[in-house]
Ligand binder design. Structure first.
Ligand SMILES: NC(=O)c1ccc[n+]([C@@H]2O[C@H](COP(=O)([O-])OP(=O)(O)OC[C@H]3O[C@@H](n4cnc5c(N)ncnc54)[C@H](O)[C@@H]3O)[C@@H](O)[C@H]2O)c1
Length: 362
């Protein structure tokens, strides 16, 4: 298959490119490299002879995107390019809207006009469900949990409640994606992703918390917990997410026009405090952290119910959170060990410093 991955130099994208290239698909990437660490991922793939075709395109640039689609037709498009942080969306909602809402709309229009047979997988988010105030939560010693022990998590039946500019822009993209299946008969799916983590994730304080806490720990940076650390998330190792993309592509006739909640589910849920326990067990060292006030829109608990995906396409997460955190830690230690220990330690600009020193890639 010819597979286009937008945002293919990002965290999930870089993992997806490597996976689909290994499966002998012809992989195309578009990315504007606006995320500084995208260059590290791109360089890594070039250095490791991953076979893919890269084009520097900003998805907000409609005419460039149209030219690109006039020249290529794809069997499947996995749309990962995006503005990814809630906090940045609050600071600059127009920028967030331009990329997530308008950028996705540009892509859908290109597909409708030039590539209507392509399968379109949109990376959406659990943030489309808002604060979930209709869910009763109780506080325990190290975590919050849903009051109902039997409750397996949030299903796709949960009413949408866009919260924060990021929630709104991703929610718009999510709804347009589904509507283009209804109205134009395109083959589209929206994947409402929980917290995804794994190799190639250069998390920062406001996005990608699993990787961020590991990087902060390795670089002796102060670790701040916003809230009391008992907030719970279901976490999904990136290879399991990519397996879902593949299942979605292979089963598109069954699932076109539908949304799926994809996360680690109840068995891969943990609070921040519980995460630090895992990290301490892995490293044998104490994690030092402090507390600050809650951030807007932060849910006490979010756990996805992935039963729909399990029933229809036989999706099941394979990597437990303990195994996944260990793998992520090992990767960050090995692949950015020289960054975190020798360079970042003495430099306030941390990863950016490494970027400026890394070889030029394009
Ligand atoms: N990582 C998660 O936990 C998570 C959870 C829910 C949803 N998502 C969604 O999954 C997608 C991928 O997330 P990620 O964690 O890999 O993020 P990432 O920031 O690592 O990757 C996004 C990529 O998109 C590129 N990009 C940004 N704006 C662009 C533009 N205008 N044109 C072209 N490229 C652009 C960036 O350079 C980057 O390489 C995003 O849409 C995100 O909202 C991620």
């Amino acid at each position: 298959m010819d597979i286009l991955i937008t945002g293919g130099a990002g965290f999930i994208g870089c993992n997806a490119v490597q996976y689909f290239a290994l499966q002998k698909h012809k992989v195309f990437v578009i990315d504007n490299l606006s995320r500084p660490t995208a260059r590290i991922n791109l360089q890594y793939m070039f250095d490791n002879n991953v076979s893919f075709n890269f084009t520097h395109i900003d998805i907000t640039n409609r005419s460039l995107l149209e030219d690109f689609f006039k020249r290529h037709a794809f069997d499947a498009i996995i749309h990962l390019a995006g503005q990814v942080a809630v906090t940045s969306s609050v600071q600059n909602p127009r920028h967030d809207f331009d990329i997530n809402a308008h950028g996705t709309f540009n892509l859908l229009e290109c597909i409708r006009l030039y590539n209507p047979n392509a399968i379109f997988i949109n990376a959406s988010t659990n943030k489309v469900y808002g604060k979930l105030t209709d869910h009763d939560v109780i506080e325990e010693k190290t975590c919050y949990r849903y009051r109902d022990y039997e409750y397996s998590g949030v299903t796709e039946q949960q009413p949408l409640d866009f919260y924060s500019p990021y929630g709104c822009s991703k929610g718009i993209a999510d709804q347009y994606t589904l509507d283009y299946a209804r109205i134009y008969n395109l083959k589209t799916v929206s994947v409402r992703q929980s917290c995804i983590y794994g190799p190639h994730q250069f998390g920062v304080e406001d996005q990608g918390w699993v990787a961020w806490f590991i990087i902060a720990f390795l670089t002796n940076k102060p670790i701040t917990i916003y809230g009391n650390g008992k907030q719970v998330r279901d976490v999904l190792f990136v290879s399991d997410l990519i397996k879902f993309y593949e299942l979605a592509i292979n089963n598109i006739n069954k699932i076109s026009g539908q949304a799926f909640n994809i996360g680690g589910g109840k068995t891969n849920s943990l609070s921040l405090l519980e995460f630090f326990n895992v990290l301490e067990t892995i490293t044998g060292k104490k994690v030092i952290y402090s507390f600050d006030t809650w951030r807007p829109g932060d849910q006490f608990v979010f756990v996805s119910d992935t039963l729909k995906a399990e029933k229809i396409v036989e999706f099941r997460p394979r990597i437990s959170y303990k195994e996944g955190i260990q793998k992520t830690y090992n990767w960050l230690l090995k692949n950015s060990g020289h960054v975190v220990t020798s360079k970042i330690k003495n430099n306030k600009n941390d990863i950016n410093m490494y970027l400026h020193e890394s070889r030029k890639i394009c």
